[in-house]
Design a protein. Structure first.
Length: 62
């Protein structure tokens, strides 16, 4: 079953904006098009987006 994209919350069109807004315990991910960035926890990432091909752009603590 595909994950519900609404779980990702608000999307950012700028990697810089997403990286500034995230907390140290969160990461920034994007889909294969790299047009929209999302701030998520590792748990949210592992529960769906990871299996759908989303990749981590900014890791926790960065």
């Amino acid at each position: 079953m595909p994950f519900d994209i609404s779980m990702l919350g608000m999307g950012y069109f700028s990697l810089d904006a997403a990286a500034v807004d995230k907390s140290p315990s969160e990461m920034v991910i994007t889909d294969e098009k790299e047009e929209t960035y999302y701030i998520v926890s590792r748990e949210v990432y592992e529960d769906g987006p990871q299996q759908e091909g989303y990749k981590i752009i900014v890791n926790e603590g960065e």
